[in-house]
Design a protein around this ligand. Sequence first.
Ligand SMILES: CC(C)(COP(=O)(O)OP(=O)(O)OC[C@H]1O[C@@H](n2cnc3c(N)ncnc32)[C@H](O)[C@@H]1OP(=O)(O)O)[C@@H](O)C(=O)NCCC(=O)NCCS
Length: 178
Amino acid sequence: MEPSLETARLILRRPREEDLDGWAALMADEAAAKFIGGPLTRSAAWRAMATMAGSWSLKGFGMFSVIEKATGQWIGRVGPWQPEGWPGPEVGWALLSSAWGKGYARESAQAAIGWTFDALDWTEVIHTIDPNNVPSQRLAMALGAVNVGPTQLPPPLENLPVEMWRQSREQWMSRLPA
Ligand SMILES: CC(C)(COP(=O)(O)OP(=O)(O)OC[C@H]1O[C@@H](n2cnc3c(N)ncnc32)[C@H](O)[C@@H]1OP(=O)(O)O)[C@@H](O)C(=O)NCCC(=O)NCCS
């Protein structure tokens, strides 16, 4: 069965080709793309989306497409991701700027992190974040992660300044409501 998660306001499901308009808008937006590799053309956004879809095929997980229930619109991609050479099992996030400031990133990341512990049996979750990406740091902190210092992504990303935020499964579970 295809994994699909539902929260109060969102559906998280596997990426589909019909998500390209959303991916292209996300990656064309300079503010949104700044810390995720910089702006891309629509064609390059398709390749990035295909990489994420490929992660689902190869590893059985990847970031989910996040759909706003009220409108049926694609608003971003959030979820697990561990490419070859990555410093750990990551849950990442990026939303269209029109969806910022509504708690959607937190709501979707909470569901995705829970899924990595329940369904993937991960023992920890990391987030690799640029030291200047304050909104992403605030989100990581709100989710309970702690900044454990500088880390390195694999080539050709090795010169990007990134810090590792992390929490263990036990830390996550200890904060869940009984
Ligand atoms: C990082 C990113 C996902 C954070 O998105 P966000 O919308 O700020 O995060 P949240 O979902 O936690 O929302 C928090 C804000 O929503 C507000 N909010 C409104 N309604 C809310 C609700 N029902 N529940 C929770 N928060 C709510 C909060 O008060 C908070 O506002 P504030 O930042 O003014 O204090 C977003 O900035 C983004 O997509 N950036 C571009 C991509 C990127 O850099 N990704 C990270 C790479 S490491």
